[in-house]
Write a protein that binds this ligand. Sequence first.
Ligand code: DGJ
Length: 294
Amino acid sequence: MVNGKIWKDTDGNPIQAHGGMIARFRDTWYWYGENKGVPNIPGTTRVEPLGVSCYSSDDLLRWENRGVVLPVPEGVAVMERPKVMFVLQTGRYVMWFHADSEDYTFAGCGVAASDSPAGPFHMIHIIHPNRLDSRDMTLFTDKDGKQYLFHSSDYNKTMVISELTEDGTDVTGDYTKILAEQEREAPAVFLTRGTYYMISSGCTGWLPNTALYAQTQHLRSGWKLTGDPMSGPDSRRTFEGQSTWVFQAGEEFFLMLDHWHPYDLQSSGYSILPVIFDEAGTMTIPWQDEWNGV
Ligand code: DGJ
């Protein structure tokens, strides 16, 4: 797969899984993302969403289209950044996504669930977590099994960590604001060697900007922006991409980027890059021209 370009599924069709995530469930890799497979609404940087797509793979290279696993709920004009987690307490798969109005002023979260990772997912509700606005978002499962929603709030000025209920479908009411006034979005959160990391972008719409990572020893406090981890040509513009998710395969971590084409969103590209740490825990993400799986 050529990084930065649109990738094809096993039928030879463009993979429509933007703002997505990859996870291993029941010994299979699943990739969920936004299906944007129609032309933009003329003259705008928006498509009518087609729902959340799912693809599956055994090798992270050949992706079989499993179809739309969650259609667009009524009244939702923007359906972005779907993320899926397994919930131990119920044995179900729960999906959260950014649900919005055409002009992004609704700023809420959709929640859906399924008994199978390949869907179908059924809508549960659309909420404003803790009565806050929520735009770009991600999910994170901590080492103790507790699950959290990370969401850009206060008109994208501040990141919020909202604790989720044991069944993963709602917030508990307990939340923390981090990186206040730092204006970060596109969060991708993971834990390795006792440190929590978050890779994020600045807030420039569909246009690339400088990625930064933040880190802390304690999930709910102490987050500090550390630096730009990207290395290689065009690194200050995140190689023309934007973070969406970090996944672990074996001992290694990998970052997924979207390479948005604002006026033809369906042709937006993907890349997957290795996330490397030195002894001190400093992160580097080198550009690679190709993704060859693991
Ligand atoms: C940046 C976000 O990261 C994307 O998911 C999308 O919401 C665009 N903004 C819309 O301008």
